[in-house]
Design a protein around this ligand. Structure first.
Ligand code: ADP
Length: 436
């Protein structure tokens, strides 16, 4: 038993002894005992009253002084109280600092609830979207940002990438918006003005497209003259080597320009490829494989299988370019006589997969994240010798993006590579092929 309880019990004990003594001395023992109990009860009632008054008055002041168990109760309560206030203060400070730091952020941040209603926004968001605390707090963000792309983005539930929209306050400015879900169905909407970045990108794209167009005519003229010179046969055999080299370089330049033009066109098209046109993939692939077999000078074996009736919706020209780039790469990076497997089949998730597997030189794992970048080559000399431009996989990546597909690359150095394009179910169309 602790000290407080001992002291607490001492008083009623003392009352009891005195009551017993007086009862035996003057009689009426019962009444003396009742008096002792009443005195004990009176103390407890008094302390209870002090506690109640102290709690009622806001618990801010020091607790009432007391002794025994009541003294301990006041002290414990006061200590708990102080700890709670300290924690509350610390929390308030953290929230304040967090708000100050987000308020100072150059990007607009808006806190939204589960119904996408505005709960809070920082200074940058206020300036970019001209929000006002009085009118806009509690409003749905969909009432303020009415771009169809933004609405589709919010409803899609897929917030991995940002969406681009025209600023609602200045049509010449482009904003990027990204939703970040957190906590219990809360969202942070990050808004950034990307007008300058977009202008720079457009300038770069236009420059590449214009330069490529300008280069096309001189190369066509040069190729024409080279062909005429060759067919005239007036140059001696000493010129056979240089002529072949000049023609090869002209072809390479033409490839490069065509690839650059195609890439800049793909980069300009931000939206997804149209879903209106149906592309009969098996026959498209059969044509690509046939011309690859004709052009292949190194006697590769191309093993081709396609699931009949499995089609896509999209841009036929773009898909042709992506599929043939992957098949040409497999031929390019597989030594003479090697086998290449080309497959077109449906996948378990209702989508479809295009797969090219080769037995070629393979790619070291450290290069894999970069091979779809423009002009990235593992071995530039080898790529150039094979007529590569370094743009093939960049084109593939863009075409797949426009068809909501994903590129997957598995490779082992010295053994070969497998490039698979996974198309989602929304892009796949099937016709039932009846057996017999
Ligand atoms: P390139 O015109 O040089 O082939 P790509 O963009 O098509 O350019 O490919 C980029 C690089 O990725 C190539 O230079 C090559 O190093 C590597 N690569 C692509 N496909 C294969 C493959 N099937 N096997 C081995 N390496 C490959």
């Amino acid at each position: 038993m602790n000290r407080a309880w001992l002291i607490e019990l001492l008083l009623p004990g003392l009352y009891l002894i005195v009551a017993l003594f007086l009862g035996l001395l003057v009689g009426n023992l019962g009444w003396w005992l009742v008096l002792a109990l009443a005195l004990t009860l009176a103390r407890h009632l008094r302390e209870l009253d002090r506690l109640e008054r102290w709690l009622r008055n806001g618990r801010r002041r020091h607790p009432p002084q007391s002794w025994g168990v009541w003294g301990e109760v006041f002290e414990h309560y006061y200590r708990l109280q102080r700890r709670y206030y300290k924690r509350k203060k610390r929390l308030a400070r953290v929230i304040h600092e967090f708000r100050e730091s987000t308020a100072a952020m150059p990007d607009g941040s808006i806190v939204l609830d589960s119904e996408f209603r505005i709960k809070w926004f920082n200074d940058a968001a206020r300036d970019t979207l001209r929000l006002s605390s009085q009118n806009d707090l509690g409003q749905s963000i969909l009432n303020l940002l009415r771009s169809p792309d933004f609405m589709r983005y919010v409803r899609s539930g897929n917030y991995e990438l940002p969406v681009y929209l025209m600023s609602p306050v200045d049509e010449s400015r482009t904003l990027s918006a990204r939703l970040i879900p957190y906590g219990r169905e809360q969202y942070l909407l990050m808004i950034r003005d990307v007008t300058r970045l977009q202008r720079l990108q457009t300038m770069r794209r236009d420059f590449v497209a214009n330069a490529s167009h300008e280069l096309r005519s001189p190369i066509t003229v040069l190729s024409g003259y080279l062909e005429s010179l060759e067919s005239a046969g007036e140059l001696g055999p000493d010129w056979d080597g240089p002529m072949a080299e000049m023609q090869a370089q002209c072809r390479r330049m033409t490839h490069l320009i065509n690839d650059l033009l195609e890439l800049s066109r793909l980069e300009t098209e931000d939206a997804e490829a149209s879903e209106r046109a149906r592309v009969e993939v098996p026959s498209l692939l059969a044509r690509i494989v046939q011309s690859a077999r004709i052009e292949d000078r190194e006697a590769h074996e191309i093993d081709f299988e396609a699931e009949e009736g499995l089609d896509l919706v999209g841009e036929e020209g773009e898909l042709h370019s992506a599929f043939s780039n992957l098949i040409i790469n497999a031929l390019r990076y597989t030594p003479s006589g090697g086998r290449i497997r080309v497959r077109w089949r449906s996948s378990a998730d209702g989508g479809a997969v295009f797969e090219v597997q080769d037995e070629g030189i393979g790619i070291e794992e450290k290069h894999l994240p970069f091979i779809t970048q423009r002009f990235y080559r593992v071995n530039s000399a080898h790529s150039r010798r094979q007529g590569g431009t370094g743009l093939g996989l960049a084109i593939v990546k863009h075409v797949l993006q426009r068809h909501r597909a994903r590129l997957d690359v598995q490779s082992t150095v010295g053994k070969g590579s497998t490039f698979s394009c996974h198309f989602p179910a929304v892009r796949v169309r099937r016709i039932e092929v009846r057996a017999g």
